[in-house]
Design a protein around this ligand. Sequence first.
Ligand SMILES: O=C(O)CCC(=O)C(=O)O
Length: 294
Amino acid sequence: MERKDIDLDSKKEFSKKLNEQAGRTSSRGVSDVRFMTADQKKSWNQLGYILIPNFVEESFCDQMNNEVSEIIQSLIPEDSAFSHAYAGDGHIAIREMKPGENTETIEDEISKLFRIHSKGSFNAFIKNEILGNILEDILGPNIDCFLSQFIFKNPGAWGQPWHQDSTYFPFDREPQVAAWLATSEATIENGCLVVLPGSHHEHLHEHLPDERKESNYGYTEIKDHDFSKEMPLLLNKGDLLLFHSFLMHKSFDNKSSSRRTAMVYHFAETGTKFGEVDSPTNEWISIRGRGLDA
Ligand SMILES: O=C(O)CCC(=O)C(=O)O
């Protein structure tokens, strides 16, 4: 299937837009908590993340992995032409720019599937009470989930360079919170996440285009910071990582022979203003409190 790389000029244009946000800060930590443990509070305030082992059963992850495959197969017919993105039934699938050598199914060539949190097990997850409680300690009583993505990270896929998620969110307040659910094991070899603990106290740094020729659309990179204290986070299937949207993080390449999958959500305080035009990948769904239209 014919493939076209994304040209450097459009990558530069994209990061220029993102960098309108550079310099913003988010110094607020959590203080009066109702639900978090003391360790979780300390971890959030000092490190910028909370790791919760065994958050869901492995069988729940299997269900998500299966539902994702069903969506991809119905979204992208076998004979469809190459495209960087496919949209249908409210979802957006993004193609892997550097697919591995042994691809058999269309899922082997997909990088991410966006906008799935209104459906099936993806929707069931955001209604989890324990998750909602911890989010409430961070974001307050009124909470929306505005973004979801299933990340395939197929064998051979490159990792995402160092970045801060808030750079992608031109919102009127912060922080937002990411929930990164390991739906497979995440190891150094298969491309686990790597964080820079405490870096959520930093301002938003400049994000330069990821200049690797076959890098995925939207990848950008922080180059003006010291990452020598980076920490890879090894997760088992079913473990959950919650992290601050200013936390610097990246992921390793997948050098293994199997897929490393994760289901990633982003949450914000209800009423957050997203600027003039919202991202097509966003879908705002209230999960707790007064609701979107209240
Ligand atoms: O899961 C990955 O490989 C990268 C994910 C990531 O960096 C993100 O969701 O912001």
